[in-house]
Ligand binder design. Structure first.
Ligand code: FMN
Ligand code: ATP
Length: 316
């Protein structure tokens, strides 16, 4: 996959099929849109995903709302989906004031040689979000591209899937629901850093990770989890939080006891997949109590995996 990041002037070398949006989370709706865009490969078009370097709303309103995917994680997902070109467009003052007609003509038509545009029905763009599918339809006759508007993907209960909904579910601790909407397990990526090496003395070595500041974390507590190391998925149990039982001040992090694993992974960047919220993070009155609870947490996680494997509910 080719990446163009932070450039206002973009140019594609081949005619393209383009889909646009923030794509935070790349949920099932986004995946449907991207797959639809990729169908144009049969007509010799390259698949382009046009996204902004950070959610436009955070700049417009000045709030730094946490994200489901960091830029780095988003790139990895796009690559895996088979996107040919990903554009991370800078959201500068000038860009936010661009009229939608100018954006279509200069960026999509002249820059990317667009022949097909794929969006959802509510896609808005340009100054004051005046650009919409009606305008894209009108301009398709002028610039000679085809517009495909796809219906919104829904959850099994009929609810429309959106990044906002996934964020709400995760913040409420509903990891299973979030995973259903995403179509994959919510994953936290981070470098493995040194902890206090206390876990080892309990017979439960853990990996400690401090995720990117902007990454949305579910509520502090214990989660059934899986960690990917060298292409292998290891089951385990994670704690999200500050470990209040242990003296000292710790940043909010993710700490995982990986079952049957004792390789040295310090300094490596690993993915932790979350499946199920088990309990709140607690301040125990002694390390002994914490240790006993950790054994129960691990057992809870093992049981979850065993039951869900039987129901074939755990993805490979
Ligand atoms: C599954 C799991 C649950 C945990 N739950 C708590 C908790 O409720 N309260 C707490 O203070 N620390 C909790 N911790 C963090 C432990 O305090 C930590 O694993 C232990 O201190 C070892 O840390 P170290 O790797 O820095 O040595 C939990 C850790 C894991 C892996
Ligand atoms: N459930 C869905 N099914 C199909 N397409 C979708 C779905 N949700 C969003 N899209 C489309 O994906 C593109 C990117 O949209 P965007 O990144 O704003 O997604 P969103 O999930 O609706 O985000 P938010 O919740 O922040 O509004 C748009 O064209 C949008 O219409």
């Amino acid at each position: 996959m080719k990446l163009i990041s932070g450039q206002v002037e973009v140019s594609g070398d081949r005619p393209s099929a383009v889909t646009l949006g923030k794509f935070d989370g790349i949920h099932r709706g986004h995946q449907k849109l991207i797959r639809e865009t990729m169908k144009a490969e049969e007509q010799g078009l390259q698949t382009v995903v046009f996204t902004f370097m950070r959610p436009p709303r955070s700049l417009v309103k000045g709030d730094g709302q946490p994200v489901l995917l960091t830029n780095r994680e988003k790139r990895a997902h796009m690559e895996k989906l088979g996107v040919d070109l990903m554009i991370e467009y800078p959201f500068t003052e000038a860009v936010s004031h661009m009229e939608p007609e100018a954006f279509v003509e200069q960026v999509l038509v002249k820059g990317l040689k667009v022949k097909r545009i794929v969006t959802g029905p509510d896609f808005c763009f340009g100054y004051r979000r005046r650009g919409n599918i009606t305008l894209l339809e009108q301009l398709s006759a002028v610039f000679g591209y085809e517009l495909t508007v796809i219906e919104k993907e829904r959850a099994a209960d009929g609810q429309i899937i959106s990044s906002t909904l996934v964020r709400q579910e995760l913040l409420a601790g509903n990891v299973e629901r979030a995973n259903e909407l995403l179509g994959y397990p919510y994953t936290v990526t981070g470098e493995v850093v040194h902890g206090n090496h206390l876990g080892r003395t309990f017979g439960m070595p853990t990996i400690n990770q401090i995720p990117a500041e902007e990454k949305l974390l579910p509520p502090n507590g214990v989660y059934t989890a899986r960690v990917e190391v060298d292409g292998h998925l290891y089951e385990g149990v994670s704690n999200v939080g500050y470990k209040p039982t242990i003296e000292g001040n710790y940043p909010r992090g993710v700490e995982t006891y990986i079952f049957g694993f004792d390789k040295n992974v310090y300094g490596r960047t690993l993915d932790v997949q979350l499946f199920h919220y088990q309990r709140k993070e607690q301040k125990f009155s002694s390390v002994e109590e914490l240790k006993a609870q950790l054994a129960r947490d691990a057992e809870g996680s093992r049981q979850f995996f065993e039951q869900h494997r039987k129901m074939q509910k755990i993805p490979n």
